[in-house]
Design a binder for this molecule. Sequence first.
Ligand SMILES: [Zn+2]
Length: 314
Amino acid sequence: MYNRYNIMFPRVLAKVLIIILFFTTLPIACAPAEPLPVSSTIPEPVFSGSRAYQDAATQMGFGPRTPNSEGHAKTVSWLLDVLQAAGWETEIQTAAYNDYTIQNVIARRGSGTPWIILGAHYDTRIFADHDPAPQKRTQPVPGANDGASGVAVLTELARVLPRNPDGTLWLVFFDAEDNGRIADWDWILGSQAFVASLEGRPDAMVLVDMVGDADLQIYRERNSDGALTDEIWGVAESIGYGDQFISAPKYRMLDDHIPFLQAGIPAVDLIDFDYPYWHTTADTLDKISAQSLAAVGDTLLHWLLAHPPGETVP
Ligand SMILES: [Zn+2]
Protein backbone atom coordinates (compact mmCIF):
# COMPACT_ATOMS: atom_id res chain seq x y z
CA MET A 1 0.00 0.00 0.00
CA TYR A 2 2.73 2.50 0.95
CA ASN A 3 5.10 1.43 -1.87
CA ARG A 4 2.76 2.52 -4.57
CA TYR A 5 2.89 6.09 -3.27
CA ASN A 6 6.69 5.99 -2.94
CA ILE A 7 7.05 5.38 -6.63
CA MET A 8 4.58 7.97 -7.70
CA PHE A 9 5.51 10.96 -5.48
CA PRO A 10 8.74 12.92 -4.91
CA ARG A 11 10.71 11.61 -1.94
CA VAL A 12 9.91 14.30 0.65
CA LEU A 13 6.25 14.38 -0.20
CA ALA A 14 6.14 10.62 -0.06
CA LYS A 15 7.73 10.66 3.41
CA VAL A 16 5.15 13.10 4.72
CA LEU A 17 2.38 11.07 3.21
CA ILE A 18 3.72 7.88 4.74
CA ILE A 19 3.81 9.50 8.18
CA ILE A 20 0.23 10.70 7.77
CA LEU A 21 -0.90 7.33 6.50
CA PHE A 22 0.95 5.56 9.29
CA PHE A 23 -0.82 7.48 12.03
CA THR A 24 -4.23 7.58 10.42
CA THR A 25 -4.37 3.96 9.30
CA LEU A 26 -2.42 2.25 12.08
CA PRO A 27 -5.39 1.14 14.20
CA ILE A 28 -7.13 -0.30 11.14
CA ALA A 29 -3.94 -2.05 10.02
CA CYS A 30 -3.49 -3.67 13.44
CA ALA A 31 -6.98 -5.14 13.62
CA PRO A 32 -8.73 -4.88 10.28
CA ALA A 33 -11.74 -6.95 11.35
CA GLU A 34 -12.56 -4.91 14.46
CA PRO A 35 -13.97 -1.37 14.32
CA LEU A 36 -11.92 0.66 16.79
CA PRO A 37 -12.65 3.97 18.52
CA VAL A 38 -11.56 6.93 16.40
CA SER A 39 -9.81 8.60 19.32
CA SER A 40 -9.31 8.30 23.06
CA THR A 41 -12.19 10.69 23.84
CA ILE A 42 -15.17 9.26 25.73
CA PRO A 43 -17.85 8.17 23.25
CA GLU A 44 -21.10 10.16 23.20
CA PRO A 45 -23.76 8.40 25.25
CA VAL A 46 -26.61 6.99 23.20
CA PHE A 47 -30.18 6.63 24.49
CA SER A 48 -31.65 3.27 23.49
CA GLY A 49 -35.38 3.33 22.76
CA SER A 50 -35.51 -0.45 22.73
CA ARG A 51 -33.92 -0.72 26.19
CA ALA A 52 -36.38 1.90 27.47
CA TYR A 53 -39.24 -0.08 25.91
CA GLN A 54 -37.96 -3.18 27.70
CA ASP A 55 -38.06 -1.19 30.97
CA ALA A 56 -41.70 -0.38 30.29
CA ALA A 57 -42.35 -4.08 29.59
CA THR A 58 -40.62 -5.01 32.86
CA GLN A 59 -42.92 -2.68 34.81
CA MET A 60 -45.99 -4.04 33.00
CA GLY A 61 -44.84 -7.53 33.98
CA PHE A 62 -45.15 -6.51 37.66
CA GLY A 63 -48.87 -5.86 37.16
CA PRO A 64 -50.64 -2.63 38.19
CA ARG A 65 -48.48 -0.40 40.43
CA THR A 66 -51.34 0.88 42.58
CA PRO A 67 -50.56 1.84 46.20
CA ASN A 68 -49.94 -1.19 48.45
CA SER A 69 -49.99 -3.62 45.51
CA GLU A 70 -47.41 -6.33 44.83
CA GLY A 71 -46.57 -4.60 41.53
CA HIS A 72 -45.87 -1.36 43.40
CA ALA A 73 -43.43 -3.07 45.78
CA LYS A 74 -41.71 -4.89 42.92
CA THR A 75 -41.28 -1.63 41.03
CA VAL A 76 -39.61 0.09 43.98
CA SER A 77 -37.24 -2.85 44.38
CA TRP A 78 -36.49 -3.00 40.62
CA LEU A 79 -35.84 0.76 40.48
CA LEU A 80 -33.29 0.50 43.28
CA ASP A 81 -31.57 -2.40 41.48
CA VAL A 82 -31.38 -0.55 38.13
CA LEU A 83 -30.21 2.72 39.67
CA GLN A 84 -27.59 1.15 41.92
CA ALA A 85 -26.26 -1.00 39.08
CA ALA A 86 -25.78 2.21 37.08
CA GLY A 87 -23.80 3.75 39.94
CA TRP A 88 -26.36 6.17 41.41
CA GLU A 89 -26.73 6.97 45.09
CA THR A 90 -30.26 5.96 46.02
CA GLU A 91 -32.74 6.80 48.74
CA ILE A 92 -36.39 6.01 49.44
CA GLN A 93 -38.03 9.11 50.80
CA THR A 94 -41.14 8.33 52.82
CA ALA A 95 -44.08 10.44 53.95
CA ALA A 96 -47.34 9.55 55.66
CA TYR A 97 -50.64 10.17 53.91
CA ASN A 98 -53.71 8.89 55.78
CA ASP A 99 -52.90 5.19 56.34
CA TYR A 100 -50.53 5.05 53.40
CA THR A 101 -46.74 5.48 53.33
CA ILE A 102 -45.70 7.43 50.22
CA GLN A 103 -42.38 6.16 48.81
CA ASN A 104 -40.47 8.41 46.41
CA VAL A 105 -37.37 6.78 44.93
CA ILE A 106 -34.50 9.27 44.57
CA ALA A 107 -31.24 8.78 42.65
CA ARG A 108 -28.43 11.32 42.95
CA ARG A 109 -25.02 11.98 41.41
CA GLY A 110 -22.62 14.88 40.90
CA SER A 111 -22.18 18.14 42.80
CA GLY A 112 -22.40 21.90 42.29
CA THR A 113 -24.46 23.71 39.68
CA PRO A 114 -26.53 23.40 37.67
CA TRP A 115 -28.75 21.26 39.89
CA ILE A 116 -31.29 19.53 37.68
CA ILE A 117 -34.08 17.18 38.72
CA LEU A 118 -35.76 14.80 36.28
CA GLY A 119 -38.99 13.25 37.50
CA ALA A 120 -41.67 10.69 36.58
CA HIS A 121 -44.46 9.00 38.54
CA TYR A 122 -44.22 5.24 38.87
CA ASP A 123 -47.59 4.53 40.47
CA THR A 124 -50.67 3.64 38.44
CA ARG A 125 -54.27 4.69 38.96
CA ILE A 126 -56.46 2.56 41.23
CA PHE A 127 -59.51 2.72 38.93
CA ALA A 128 -59.80 2.88 35.13
CA ASP A 129 -62.73 5.26 35.50
CA HIS A 130 -62.48 6.54 31.92
CA ASP A 131 -62.93 3.09 30.42
CA PRO A 132 -65.69 3.03 27.79
CA ALA A 133 -67.04 -0.19 29.35
CA PRO A 134 -68.75 0.65 32.69
CA GLN A 135 -68.02 -2.80 34.18
CA LYS A 136 -64.27 -2.21 33.71
CA ARG A 137 -64.20 1.11 35.56
CA THR A 138 -63.43 -0.53 38.90
CA GLN A 139 -60.36 -2.30 37.46
CA PRO A 140 -56.87 -0.77 37.84
CA VAL A 141 -55.18 1.11 34.97
CA PRO A 142 -52.38 -1.07 33.49
CA GLY A 143 -50.33 2.11 33.01
CA ALA A 144 -48.06 1.40 30.04
CA ASN A 145 -48.13 5.04 29.04
CA ASP A 146 -49.49 6.56 32.27
CA GLY A 147 -46.72 5.41 34.59
CA ALA A 148 -44.31 3.02 32.86
CA SER A 149 -43.31 5.27 29.94
CA GLY A 150 -41.94 8.17 32.00
CA VAL A 151 -40.11 5.79 34.33
CA ALA A 152 -38.62 3.96 31.32
CA VAL A 153 -37.18 7.19 29.91
CA LEU A 154 -35.56 7.92 33.28
CA THR A 155 -34.18 4.40 33.86
CA GLU A 156 -32.56 4.36 30.41
CA LEU A 157 -31.14 7.84 31.04
CA ALA A 158 -29.82 6.47 34.35
CA ARG A 159 -27.76 3.94 32.35
CA VAL A 160 -26.34 6.28 29.73
CA LEU A 161 -25.77 9.59 31.54
CA PRO A 162 -22.16 10.40 32.49
CA ARG A 163 -21.06 9.05 35.88
CA ASN A 164 -19.50 12.43 36.65
CA PRO A 165 -22.04 14.93 35.35
CA ASP A 166 -21.51 18.64 35.04
CA GLY A 167 -23.32 19.78 38.17
CA THR A 168 -25.85 17.87 40.25
CA LEU A 169 -28.36 15.50 38.78
CA TRP A 170 -31.28 13.85 40.57
CA LEU A 171 -33.75 11.36 39.14
CA VAL A 172 -36.93 11.23 41.21
CA PHE A 173 -39.58 8.54 40.82
CA PHE A 174 -42.75 9.87 42.39
CA ASP A 175 -45.30 7.73 44.16
CA ALA A 176 -49.05 8.43 44.44
CA GLU A 177 -49.51 10.83 41.54
CA ASP A 178 -52.56 9.37 39.92
CA ASN A 179 -55.46 8.91 42.33
CA GLY A 180 -57.30 12.23 42.25
CA ARG A 181 -61.11 12.14 42.37
CA ILE A 182 -60.98 8.83 44.30
CA ALA A 183 -62.22 8.77 47.91
CA ASP A 184 -59.42 9.31 50.48
CA TRP A 185 -56.90 10.09 47.72
CA ASP A 186 -55.69 13.05 45.68
CA TRP A 187 -53.39 13.86 42.73
CA ILE A 188 -49.60 14.50 42.96
CA LEU A 189 -49.17 13.36 46.58
CA GLY A 190 -45.62 12.07 46.07
CA SER A 191 -44.26 15.21 44.44
CA GLN A 192 -45.96 17.40 47.06
CA ALA A 193 -44.26 15.40 49.81
CA PHE A 194 -40.95 15.60 47.95
CA VAL A 195 -41.00 19.38 47.54
CA ALA A 196 -42.21 19.86 51.15
CA SER A 197 -39.04 18.18 52.43
CA LEU A 198 -36.66 19.53 49.77
CA GLU A 199 -33.70 21.53 51.08
CA GLY A 200 -32.15 24.04 48.70
CA ARG A 201 -33.37 25.24 45.34
CA PRO A 202 -32.77 23.22 42.16
CA ASP A 203 -32.17 25.21 38.96
CA ALA A 204 -34.67 23.24 36.93
CA MET A 205 -37.14 20.35 37.12
CA VAL A 206 -38.24 18.33 34.09
CA LEU A 207 -41.20 15.98 34.36
CA VAL A 208 -41.94 13.19 31.88
CA ASP A 209 -45.44 11.70 31.99
CA MET A 210 -47.32 9.84 29.24
CA VAL A 211 -44.41 10.10 26.80
CA GLY A 212 -44.68 6.68 25.16
CA ASP A 213 -47.71 7.03 22.85
CA ALA A 214 -46.80 5.45 19.50
CA ASP A 215 -48.45 8.52 17.93
CA LEU A 216 -46.42 10.99 19.99
CA GLN A 217 -47.26 14.69 19.94
CA ILE A 218 -46.03 16.70 22.91
CA TYR A 219 -47.51 20.18 22.92
CA ARG A 220 -46.15 22.94 25.13
CA GLU A 221 -47.85 22.64 28.51
CA ARG A 222 -49.35 25.91 29.68
CA ASN A 223 -48.32 25.82 33.37
CA SER A 224 -44.67 25.05 32.52
CA ASP A 225 -41.81 27.54 32.71
CA GLY A 226 -41.62 29.27 29.32
CA ALA A 227 -37.83 29.60 29.04
CA LEU A 228 -37.25 25.99 30.02
CA THR A 229 -39.90 24.88 27.53
CA ASP A 230 -38.28 26.98 24.78
CA GLU A 231 -34.92 25.41 25.47
CA ILE A 232 -36.06 21.77 25.46
CA TRP A 233 -38.33 22.19 22.42
CA GLY A 234 -35.40 23.90 20.66
CA VAL A 235 -33.12 20.93 21.35
CA ALA A 236 -35.81 18.50 20.12
CA GLU A 237 -36.24 20.45 16.87
CA SER A 238 -32.47 20.68 16.32
CA ILE A 239 -31.95 16.91 16.51
CA GLY A 240 -34.92 15.95 14.35
CA TYR A 241 -37.85 15.54 16.76
CA GLY A 242 -39.87 18.51 15.56
CA ASP A 243 -42.76 16.20 14.66
CA GLN A 244 -42.98 14.92 18.25
CA PHE A 245 -42.40 18.24 20.05
CA ILE A 246 -45.05 20.63 18.74
CA SER A 247 -44.23 24.29 19.22
CA ALA A 248 -47.78 25.28 20.15
CA PRO A 249 -49.39 25.29 23.61
CA LYS A 250 -52.35 23.02 24.26
CA TYR A 251 -53.21 21.66 27.74
CA ARG A 252 -52.84 23.04 31.24
CA MET A 253 -51.95 20.08 33.44
CA LEU A 254 -52.15 19.34 37.14
CA ASP A 255 -49.09 17.11 37.38
CA ASP A 256 -45.95 16.52 39.44
CA HIS A 257 -44.29 19.72 38.15
CA ILE A 258 -46.84 21.93 39.97
CA PRO A 259 -45.39 21.67 43.51
CA PHE A 260 -42.01 22.72 42.07
CA LEU A 261 -43.51 25.73 40.28
CA GLN A 262 -45.34 26.69 43.47
CA ALA A 263 -41.98 26.63 45.27
CA GLY A 264 -40.49 29.00 42.67
CA ILE A 265 -38.48 26.31 40.86
CA PRO A 266 -38.57 26.48 37.03
CA ALA A 267 -40.32 23.28 35.92
CA VAL A 268 -41.67 21.81 32.72
CA ASP A 269 -44.10 18.96 32.02
CA LEU A 270 -43.41 16.83 28.94
CA ILE A 271 -46.77 15.15 28.36
CA ASP A 272 -48.82 13.96 25.40
CA PHE A 273 -52.34 14.28 26.71
CA ASP A 274 -53.94 13.28 23.39
CA TYR A 275 -54.05 9.63 24.39
CA PRO A 276 -57.37 7.87 23.87
CA TYR A 277 -56.50 5.12 26.37
CA TRP A 278 -55.91 7.51 29.29
CA HIS A 279 -57.30 6.01 32.53
CA THR A 280 -58.73 2.99 30.71
CA THR A 281 -57.87 -0.72 30.88
CA ALA A 282 -56.49 -0.37 27.32
CA ASP A 283 -53.41 1.63 28.45
CA THR A 284 -51.26 -1.36 27.50
CA LEU A 285 -47.78 -1.99 26.09
CA ASP A 286 -48.97 -2.23 22.46
CA LYS A 287 -49.99 1.47 22.57
CA ILE A 288 -46.45 2.74 23.21
CA SER A 289 -43.31 2.57 21.07
CA ALA A 290 -39.54 2.48 21.46
CA GLN A 291 -39.31 5.32 18.91
CA SER A 292 -41.44 7.63 21.05
CA LEU A 293 -39.46 6.84 24.20
CA ALA A 294 -36.26 7.52 22.24
CA ALA A 295 -37.51 10.89 20.95
CA VAL A 296 -38.02 12.07 24.53
CA GLY A 297 -34.98 10.38 26.06
CA ASP A 298 -32.63 11.51 23.29
CA THR A 299 -33.89 15.09 23.58
CA LEU A 300 -33.36 15.14 27.34
CA LEU A 301 -29.92 13.56 26.98
CA HIS A 302 -28.83 16.25 24.51
CA TRP A 303 -30.35 18.99 26.65
CA LEU A 304 -28.57 17.74 29.78
CA LEU A 305 -25.21 17.42 28.05
CA ALA A 306 -25.51 21.00 26.76
CA HIS A 307 -25.24 22.48 30.28
CA PRO A 308 -21.65 23.01 31.39
CA PRO A 309 -20.79 23.25 35.10
CA GLY A 310 -21.69 26.50 36.79
CA GLU A 311 -24.01 27.62 34.02
CA THR A 312 -27.51 28.63 34.93
CA VAL A 313 -30.47 26.79 33.48
CA PRO A 314 -32.11 27.53 31.10
ZN1 LIG B 1 -52.93 9.29 35.10
